[in-house]
Design a protein around this ligand. Sequence first.
Ligand code: NAD
Length: 292
Amino acid sequence: MSTIAFIGLGNMGGGMAANLVKAGHTVRGFDVVEEACERAADNGVEIIASAEEAAQGADIVITSLPNGGLVKQVLEPIIAAEDTAPIFVDVSTIAVSEARELADAVSAVGSRFLDAPVSGGMAGAANGTLAFMVGGEKEDFDKVKPVLEAMGKSVTHCGQTGNGQAVKACNNMILAIQQIALSEALVLGERLGLDHQAFYDVVSNATGNSWSLTVNAPVPDIVPGSPGDNDFKPGFAAALMLKDLKLAMAAAEETKTDTVLGKIATQQYTKLVDEGHGGLDFGAIINDVRAT
Ligand code: NAD
């Protein structure tokens, strides 16, 4: 069992840290928000006064923070400390380029860095059923894999550092486009007099099928518990989808990739968030389609 410093005990980190404790690891946690620390302490996390102190003597430092700037800010003094931790794992969603910069800074002091963003949301974090997509050296991945398995149901090595973030950006760009495509088709069907159940019965068994329809249906009464059945309670909030789309668009610009539909999806989600709906599930995009 390892001693793990866990920095960022929010919606995702809180659940993940609790599952590490359940698996028998010693977890030394830190968050700037008092309530997050209290919740984690209730789950057996030892709360430490600062991120630097939590990291002292840890086998692994895990960060779960809102953005790459904060990950950099939190890790800089830890990386610079004498006898810093041998392995750093960032489970936040950040830019591919930021992950690669962090990996360089960590390897410059002789330690290792893995980017390991997740999919599966708060429920996945709480239930230990997240999907981890991991970038970095294979031997480092093999060392850390059992720790990630305590927090997730699938743990995939995706190649060099930054590749975890790369595949996450690609996946979420597909998802955003798909959710908009489904919304347009549903609204078109409504206007043609098609009822939702008939739409579902055919499309879910046909070539237009998608996770957006069978799990994340944005209309009521066809998929129990889906956002459409639940006033668009997230799920995956539109503001987080927009964050991920912006990271994908930054990567597209850096690599000179013309992601036409990705750009349109980013505009649509920017509009939804600007209208004040960032806290709704991203499936709420159907309301904007219907409003046109
Ligand atoms: P969150 O805001 O709930 O948690 C982040 C935590 O970091 C907060 O508790 C905050 O207080 C803490 N924090 C901020 N600055 C800090 C600092 N300097 N030192 C220590 N703690 C600090 O966010 P979340 O939903 O848990 O998301 C975390 C990461 O996971 C993000 O990068 C997000 O994009 C990604 N993610 C989220 C979801 C989701 O459904 N929520 C899904 C997949 C990926």
